[in-house]
Structures are given as C-alpha cells and as structure tokens.
Write a protein that binds this ligand. Structure first.
Ligand code: NAP
Length: 276
C-alpha cells in the first residue's frame, strides 16, 4: 500500500485528506493520505525519515514550507523561484520538492476566466507573503511585464520586487485604488477576508470592466472582495479551484495517476467548506 500525508502545525483544518481520499477512491488505488501534525523543531527529522516511515511523499504546509525546500536535495522549477516547497517525493532515494501553488493558481485562473490572457494592463497583486510569491512567479512565466505588488508592510513588497526583477514593482498599500483602475487582473493574496474578517478595500467602481478579480481566500468561498467585484459586473475567480488544482501534481507523483478536478470533487469540498 502506498502512503502519503500532509504535514503541518497545526494541521487539523487541512482539506487535503478529503481531496486525495476522493481521488484514491475514484481511481481504486490501494493507498492512504493522512494528516501528520509535526512541530517546527521536529520537521527536519520527520522529513529525513519520511521514506523509512513508509511514506512515498507528502504535502508540506505552514509553517514548514521553507524548511522542506532547504532540506530537499532535488528542487524543481517553481520551488526554486519561490524558495518554498509544498510537495515532496523521492527520486532515487533523494528528497525532491516542488511548489505547486503557481500551477494551481494559474490553472484555476485560465480554466475559470481564460479571457484574462486577452486583457492588457497591469497585474495587481495585493499582499507579499508566501502565496504572493507563487502568484507573481506564475504571471512572470506567462511573460507579463507590469506586475504591481501592494503590501501593508512596504519593505516586504520591495523585497519581493527586487527578488523578481524589473517586471515587478512595489507600491504603497494606500495607493492600491489609484493604481488598479486599468488592471488586467487583480489578485488578493492577503489573509484579509478569511472567515469573513477584513477586506482588501478595492473600489471596483473605478476598475475597467474587463478586469478579472481573483481571491486566494476560499473560506468563505465568496469573500466580500469577490462580492464587491460581482456587484460591479466583473468576472471573479475564487480560491477553492487553486486548492484543488495544486493537489494534482503531488497525487500523480505518489500514486502514478494524474487525477482530475471534477465537478463532483468541487461539490464535495464546497460542502465541507460551507459546513465550517
Ligand atoms: N487557495 C489556495 O490554494 C491558497 C494557497 C495558499 C494560500 N492561500 C490563502 O492565501 C492567504 C495568504 O496566505 P500566505 O501563505 O501568503 O500568508 P502570509 O505569508 O502569512 O502572508 C499574509 C499576507 O497578508 C497580509 N495581511 C495580513 N493582515 C493584513 C491586514 N490587516 N491588512 C493588510 N494586509 C494584511 C500580510 O501583509 P504584511 O506583510 O504587512 O503582514 C501579507 O502580505 C491565506 O488566506 C491563505 O489561506 C490560499
């Protein structure tokens, strides 16, 4: 039997077992996917003995993504660009890692609102944390040259812009409305809106009608940010699809089948999110 898991601290809230459990069942695979709570001081030992413990790999979540990246001997594309890993597997006994958040975000965006690629104008990224890195990298890979980062803590926005180079610029958080009006895409990567608390504060009345508005937050599934964009007739992309798509490459690595994000799976996870 093949065993995989998600490791984090805390980990009780993770929906990954539900997603991978669904795919294991639909593909009739003899495998398991469990939650493993591991404290920060124990993550190194946990990952170094992962194979001995009988796992074929794992997902890594907060706060272990940077530690997992540092430990891995083989680092695949997006993980290197982002400096953090969320998916671990083995190649000839060596720990290999990737960061599938970029894939998850861009796949979800392109499936839900493919017209974003026809839009001209800057990409507005609200936030400069771990997920902002994954999102910025996705737009850079798509050859976008005007990516604007707005973050409450300006230094973090500057750091990200310097890291990624001239296509990415840092802006003062308070200027986010005046610099968003001609945006092709606006993405919220902050925690604002999570569990209904807070809002990134974009006035969509002044934003062009073609702009696509995306939120990484998926609890609730329709955040106040998305509701405000919908009220102005804009097309929106929620965070749940990213969560589902980012899980695809890991499942394929561990269990040998490329799974699909089906309507049935979306309904299952929606029900779970709505019941919290
Ligand atoms: N859908 C998915 O699959 C997916 C994947 C990854 C993440 N997410 C979601 O994305 C969100 C961010 O995750 P992360 O890992 O990037 O978190 P993170 O690294 O902790 O970054 C948090 C970001 O939120 C900003 N922020 C927090 N409170 C704020 C406030 N009151 N006002 C303005 N900005 C504020 C922070 O700004 P400062 O720098 O100023 O603190 C920072 O830019 C979370 O809600 C997470 O659940 C979803």
């Amino acid at each position: 039997m093949k065993r995989a898991c998600v490791v984090g601290w805390p980990i009780a809230h993770s929906r990954s077992p539900l997603i991978h459990g669904y795919w294991l069942k639909t593909h009739h695979i003899n495998g398991t996917y469990t939650k493993e709570p591991v404290e920060p001081h124990a993550i190194k030992d946990f990952l170094l003995t992962l194979q001995e413990q009988g796992f074929v790999g794992c997902n890594v979540t907060v706060p272990h993504k940077e530690a997992a990246f540092a430990l891995a001997e083989i680092k695949h594309g997006s993980a290197t660009a982002i400096g953090a890993a969320n998916t671990i597997w083995f190649e000839n006994g060596k720990i290999a890692c990737a960061n599938t958040d970029t894939y998850g975000f861009m796949t979800n965006l392109s499936q839900t609102a493919p017209q974003w690629q026809q839009n001209t104008g800057p990409i507005v990224v609200l936030g400069a944390g771990g997920s902002a890195r994954a999102v910025v990298y996705g737009f850079l890979q798509a050859n976008l040259h005007d990516i604007r980062i707005f973050n409450r803590t300006m230094d973090r926005a500057r750091e990200l812009a310097e890291y990624f180079g001239p296509a990415v610029s840092a802006y003062d958080w308070d200027t986010r409305n005046e610099h968003s009006q001609d945006a092709a895409v606006i993405v919220n990567t902050t925690t604002l809106g999570m569990n209904g608390e807070g809002d990134p504060g974009i006035d969509f009345a002044n934003v062009n009608q073609q702009c696509i508005v995306a939120d990484l937050v998926y609890v609730p599934m329709e955040t106040k940010f998305l509701q405000a964009a919908i009220a102005r007739g804009l097309t929106t992309v929620g965070g749940l699809g990213m969560l589902l798509h980012q899980a695809v490459p890991g499942f394929e690595k561990w269990f040998g089948v490329r799974p699909e994000v089906t309507d049935d799976l979306v309904r299952l996870i929606k029900r779970d999110v709505e019941s919290t």
